[in-house]
Design a protein around this ligand. Structure first.
Ligand code: MN
Ligand code: MN
Length: 467
């Protein structure tokens, strides 16, 4: 008996055993996590696209005393600024008491999510039904997007330069849109297609109308009726689609999932489930020692390229401005900086165990997940965080009782993926991926745990509060 206890003690001391958050935290913290999720759900209902997310967080920032960044101004510790990059990415910054040459602390999350974009010339009529042609954005399983209520979000820049905001399908009084699918009775041939090919890119056509403009003997009267409605409502003509960014996203509201309400189901957890806590944590940080940045970026889902993505220079230029203000060289600040690349990981799904390796997977409710490297085919296309930085982050989380776990993105050679981490690392910044495990990642309706979401908030906060 004694010997048995001794062995158990030795195991407890020497083995690594990830813990369920409920085994670690108290009732008060569970309550805090549940409350935090309410604010998150509100955001998820109102910030479904990168543009709407920027507006959401900018409004919040202004309420919290943030002002627009001016590179010609002098800032002092405690000042709060935001930098809006083309309405699609946003930097929130709080100035610290330490000199800028000590580097900055960055939490970088992305606010774009997989979706269906309109083609530049989208509108057509076929057999008295009106449609939009689309080009999907990011990694989706196309079959998941049919027979699903969709809403239309974005912006149209008219011929005269005026910009018109579009948001149709979220309000209960709004119409919605849908991609139709074949009935099973007639899908014998379709069902023989592979899942990847089950619904094809050119079959993702959005049904937008069916009633003709008039009884006249003219062609394309349904299309005419649609553009007439759009013209009356927004003042746009068909050619204005050529200068538009219009995105279809699931018209689903965030909901609690499970009898115990422990999870949240919503569109776009990847990566808004990291963007939201990254923003709230910088809002809540008081008089930080280091200058802190929350970077909410665009275009991650298509590889971070483009001037609103983190493979561009906008974050580097922002930090360079801070450096110049502090009389330092930009690279001296970058080299001393640290970043939590705040992105989701795939939670272990017991229904599909084959793609995961159990010892190195992240689990729902085991806390925020640290991913040392992503990539594919032997760590290709990633930043593999150093043991030193991993050690530092681990100590930081442990001393603050943040529940965390380690996780790879699936089995070796099962597939893979990437985050913004490598683009940050390429700036000579220490970086590691840290985020929330997600079930059904990239599906129109993804699932996360409220406790994991809250642990992400706590992790970013202690990262910003380093002395
Ligand atoms: Mn992501
Ligand atoms: Mn993603």
């Amino acid at each position: 008996m004694n010997e048995k206890n001794e062995l158990k003690e030795l195991k407890d001391e020497l083995f690594y055993a990830p813990k369920h958050a409920m085994d670690v935290i108290g009732d008060d913290e569970v309550k805090k996590a549940d409350d935090f999720a309410e604010g998150y759900k509100y955001y998820m209902a109102n910030g479904k696209t990168e543009r709407e997310s920027v507006e959401f967080f900018m409004a919040q920032a202004k309420e919290k005393g943030y002002s627009e960044f001016d590179r010609n101004k002098k800032y002092t510790a405690g000042d709060k600024v935001y930098y809006n990059n083309r309405g699609k990415s946003l930097i929130l910054c709080v100035f610290g008491t330490r000199p800028i040459t000590d580097g900055v602390k960055i939490a970088a999350a992305h606010i774009d999510s997989p979706r269906i974009d309109l083609k530049p010339n989208p509108l057509y009529e076929d057999t008295s039904l009106a449609y939009f042609k689309t080009h999907y954005y990011g990694g989706i399983k196309k079959y998941q997007w049919t027979a699903l209520p969709l809403s239309l979000h974005g912006v149209v820049v008219k011929a005269d330069g005026e910009s018109v905001k579009v948001n149709i399908g979220e309000d209960d009084a709004d119409p919605q849109f849908v991609i139709t699918d074949l009935l099973p009775h007639l899908a014998a041939e379709q069902m023989k297609r592979s899942l990847a090919d089950g619904v094809r890119g050119e079959e993702l056509n959005i049904l937008i109308g069916s009633r003709p403009f008039s009884k006249d003997d003219e062609s394309e009267k349904v299309k005419l009726n649609i553009i007439k409605i759009l013209n009356e409502k927004y003042g746009i003509k068909e050619s204005d689609f050529l200068s538009a960014e219009l995105e279809l996203v699931p018209a689903l509201k965030p909901r609690d999932i499970g009898f115990d309400r422990s999870m949240v189901g919503a569109y776009g957890h990847d990566d808004k489930v990291c963007a939201y806590p990254a923003a709230q944590s910088i809002f809540d940080v008081e008089n930080p020692a280091y200058t802190c940045l929350t970077v909410l970026t665009d275009k991650e889902e298509i590889g971070s390229d483009g001037n609103t993505g983190l493979n561009s220079s906008y974050m580097k230029y922002f930090i360079a401005d801070l450096a110049v203000m502090g009389g330092a060289q930009p690279w001296n600040v970058l080299s001393k900086s640290e970043c939590l690349s705040a992105d989701v990981n795939a939670a272990y799904d017991p229904t599909f165990p084959d793609v995961s390796e159990k010892k190195n997977s992240s689990y729902v409710n085991n806390g925020v997940v640290i991913t040392k490297y992503t990539g594919s085919q032997g760590k290709g296309g990633t930043s593999d965080a150093s043991a030193e930085f991993m050690g530092k982050v681990r100590r930081m989380l442990d001393t603050s009782n943040v529940v965390w776990q380690i996780g790879e993105l699936g089995k070796v050679d099962a597939g893979g993926g990437g985050t913004v981490a490598m683009y940050v690392a390429n700036l000579d910044i220490d970086v590691i991926d840290l985020g929330v495990p997600v079930l059904s990642m990239h599906a129109p309706f993804e699932v996360i745990s409220k406790l994991d979401l809250y642990m992400a908030y706590r992790a970013f906060k202690v990262f910003f509060e380093q002395k």
